[in-house]
Design a protein around this ligand. Sequence first.
Ligand code: NAD
Ligand code: DAU
Length: 341
Amino acid sequence: MSTTTVVVTGGAGFIGANLVHLLLESRPDWHVLNLDKLTYAGNLDNLKAAEGRPNYRFEKVDIVDRAALERAFASIPRGGRTLVLHLAAESHVDRSIQSGLPFVEANVVGTQNLLDVCRAHGVERFVHVSTDEVYGSLGSEGFFTEDTPIQANSPYSASKAASDLLVRAAVHTHGFPASITRCSNNYGPYQFPEKLIPLMIANARESKPLPVYGDGLYVRDWLFVRDHCEALLAVLEKGQTGEVYNIGGNNEYPNIQIVKRILAELKRPESLIQYVKDRPGHDRRYAIDASKIQKELGWAPRFRFEDALPMTIRWYLDNDDWLQRVRSGAYRDYYAAQYGA
Ligand code: NAD
Ligand code: DAU
C-alpha cells in the first residue's frame, strides 16, 4: 500500500498543533511531517502527546530557507502521495503594526518558496490556510462571502492577501492543485496568550488588568479550533483546485462580552477591565458566510460557544505549567538548546 505523507507547516503553533493531534488521531495510517521555524509562537510543548509516535516527525525548518525546505521534502519516501497543509505564518496583527517586514518575509516570501518546492516535488494536494481578515472590515450588516473583494487593512492581513494571490497564481499558471481557506477567529487549547481569549484568561486568573481596545464593541466571529481543523481536513480531502472556502462559526460577539464572560467564569470582578488606547486601523467587524463549505463539502461547526469557551478556560487552568512556561519564555530557552535559536 502506498504511503500518504501530510506535511503541516507551522505545526508547532496554535492551530497547527491542534491539527497535528487531529491528524494522528483520525488518520492513523498517514505520516505527519511538521515543518516549523519555532518562532516565539512555535512551541513543541504543544506536541508532547505526538512525540515518539512512529508516524510523526518534526523538522525545524524556516519556509523562507529554500535549501532547508528542499532537504525536508527530499526526506519524504518516494512512491507515495504528499499532501500539504500550509499554516506557517506570522499571525498577530499588533506585531505587524509594530513591524511589517517579518510578515512579508514569512507570509509572502515563505509561501512562494513553499509553492515552488511543492510543485517540484509533485504534491497531490495543497491547502493554503488564510484568514477572513483579507476581506477587510464590515459594518453592522452583512457577511464575507468568497466573492467579497480583498481589502486587507493591516500589514498582517495584507501579507496574507498577497500569499493568497500567489497561491491563486500557482493554480492559474501551473495548474497547481491548491485550495485556499479563509477562517474567522479561532479559540481553544495552545493559543499563544497574546491573542484576546488566552490573554484575558491568563490575566484574569492572576487578577491583572484586562486591556480592552477602544470601546470594546469590535465584533469577531469565534470558532473552536477543533472545528477549524476538521474543516481543513474536509478541504484537503474533498476541496476543489482553485476554490476558496470560507470557514466560520456563525458566532459573533463584541469583545467586551467575551471579556465579561471570562471574568464571570473565573469569578473575578469587572473592575479588572481596563479600556486602553485603540489598535491603529482596527477592523470593526468580521463575520463569515460559511454556506459554501457547508453545501459543497458537508462541513459545519460542531461545538457551541456556550460549551467550548468554558472548556477552553478549563484547559488553561488545568495546564498552568504550559501557561507559565510560555509567559516566562522558558519554553524558548529549552527548545533553543535542543534545536538552535
Ligand atoms: P501561530 O502564530 O500560533 O503559529 C504560527 C506557527 O508558524 C508557529 O509555530 C511559528 O513558529 C510558525 N512559523 C512562523 N514563521 C515561520 C517560518 N518562516 N517558517 C516556518 N514556520 C514558521 O498562528 P495560528 O494562530 O496557529 O495560525 C496558523 C495559520 O492560520 C496562520 O497562517 C494564520 O494566518 C491562520 N489563521 C489563524 C486564525 C486564528 O484565529 N488564529 C484565523 C484564521 C487564519
Ligand atoms: O479573523 C482571523 C484572525 O483572527 C487571524 O487571521 C489572526 O491570525 C488572529 O490573530 C485573529 O486576529 P484578531 O486581530 O481578530 O485577534 P486578536 O486576538 O488579536 O484580537 C481580537 C479582538 O480583540 C480585536 O478586536 C482586538 C481586541 N483585543 C485584542 C487584544 C490582544 C483587545 O481588545 N485587547 C487585547 O489585548
